[in-house]
Design a protein around this ligand. Structure first.
Ligand code: IMP
Length: 436
């Protein structure tokens, strides 16, 4: 049986513009599923000039008739979720059980997770540069079997006892390691019971829901957050997030067997950015890097931090293509490069005098890698009005063809501006879905 499932993942270090691509593909999706990450994500969608930044709720929520699912692999900050629901409501998008389901198996980000994230970053000699949304500590507790799941909130006695024991332990850590005051388990319990009541109608067995949707022939879209190079297993560890932020995370994070995951769309910017610490071989530490940041408005959607900017990196992208099994590429923000005299692509690295074309696992070795560049002439023309690939300047077409040739993956979409309309769809299956 052919399943009508599609997954959208980031090819780089996050912030590739997945929100816009998911929004476009959601037009034809019945169900949109987040399967990992949490409020660290910031998915920006511009609809009729109005900007929406979604952190926990899948970008599909802007489409009537689409059911959004926050899967079991997501870690949920209930304060943030409720705020996001209220904000959408104020802007005319009503969120309820008709268009949002929350997995009963998802873990809850508790106040001590956020506190520990911030304190440990502050104290660490070698910082990760986290978003301080409590993501790492929450996933750590999940693995240590010290987590609180959404379902646990509805068993008041179990929740109270478990939370009491956990807070006692966390208070010892907060005091001993950071000299921070302890938290009060009873008031957290009451606060989270209140939140639980507010989301109760949304809580569901999303594993059954998503599998039944797929088996019933519905079109299901999986929305990856962060990017492949931030994946806890396959990214630039330890400078990564704490989940499997690539297609490998779908099965565990949504309860969907690998054989049901259909096409994989990789989203990459026409250049590259990274926020937070960690090696970035093609980074531009100069005026050009700053210029790209300003033209591309490269500031974090969640934290407002300036993003580090650099050239497109084929070595890192090839790694992402392999681990995700990417079928088609969406290249975003091509217009940001419009005025540059020349544009480079990192085609290989030089490590200690040797040329390599695979990303090294050792983070110190990656930091020593120097990019080998191929240089392309700039097109120096406005691409933002192009709606067909062959309407792009020839030099821009050559640049995109060089990327697809080197990666062996077809560029199915090109984004030339934030608005939905500013998108080039080539004749491919994915593009057809978005264009329908
Ligand atoms: P955490 O996910 O907050 O623990 O942060 C770990 C690393 O992932 C840091 O370098 C963050 O800047 C980065 N990160 C987390 N979420 C995102 C995202 O949505 N976009 C880009 N970088 C992210």
């Amino acid at each position: 049986m052919r399943f009508r499932t599609t997954c959208v993942v980031g090819v780089q270090w996050g912030d590739e513009g997945k929100g816009k691509i998911v929004d476009l593909l959601s037009r034809e999706a019945d169900v949109v599923v987040r399967f990992q990450g949490g409020g660290n994500a910031g998915h920006t969608v511009v609809r009729d000039g109005e900007k929406f930044v979604l952190h926990l709720i899948p970008s599909g929520v802007l489409h009537r008739g689409t059911t959004c699912v926050i899967g079991n692999g997501v870690v949920i900050d209930l304060v943030q979720l409720l705020e996001e629901i209220r904000d959408l409501g104020r802007r005319g998008i009503r969120v309820g059980s008709r268009n949002l389901l929350v997995s009963e198996r998802a873990h809850v980000v508790m106040p001590y997770h956020k506190q520990l994230d911030a304190l440990s970053e502050k104290a660490a000699a070698s910082k990760i540069g986290t978003t301080q949304r409590g993501i790492g500590p929450c996933y750590a507790d999940k693995a240590a079997r010290k987590g609180i799941r959404v379902a646990d909130l509805y068993n008041p006695t179990f929740f109270k006892n478990r939370l009491g024991a956990l807070v006692e332990e966390k208070n010892k850590v907060l005091g001993a390691l950071y000299g921070a005051p302890g938290l009060d388990a009873d008031s957290i319990w009451m606060e989270y019971r209140r939140y639980a009541e507010q989301i109760e109608s949304l809580v569901a067995d999303t594993t059954c829901y998503v599998n039944e949707a797929i088996d019933g022939g519905k079109r299901v879209l999986f929305e990856g957050a962060q990017g492949s190079l931030l994946d806890i297993d396959f990214g630039t560890y330890p400078y990564v997030t704490s989940s499997n932020s690539d297609a490998c995370g779908i099965s565990a994070g949504a309860g969907v067997p690998p054989k049901k995951v259909g096409r994989i769309v990789g989203v990459a910017k026409a250049y590259c950015t990274r926020v937070g610490e960690g090696p970035f071989p093609t980074e531009l530490n100069d005026e050009l890097g700053k210029r790209i940041r300003e033209i591309g408005h490269e500031y974090g959607a969640t934290t407002g931090r300036p993003r580090r900017c650099g050239w497109f990196d084929l070595v890192a992208s090839r790694h992402a293509v392999m681990i995700n099994g990417i079928d088609e590429l969406a290249i975003t923000k091509l217009d940001v490069l419009d005025q540059l005299d020349e544009i480079k692509i990192g085609v290989a690295y030089e490590l200690d005098g040797r040329r390599i074309d695979r990303i090294p696992v050792d983070v110190d070795a990656l930091a020593r890698c120097r990019p080998v560049y191929e240089t392309f002439p700039g097109w120096k023309k406005d691409t933002s009005k192009a709606r067909r690939f062959d309407a792009l300047p020839k030099a821009a077409q050559r640049y995109l063809r060089a990327i697809e040739g080197a990666l062996g993956v077809r560029v199915a979409m090109v984004s030339v501006g934030t608005d939905r309309m500013k998108t080039i769809l080539r004749r491919t299956r994915i593009a057809r879905i978005a264009a329908d």
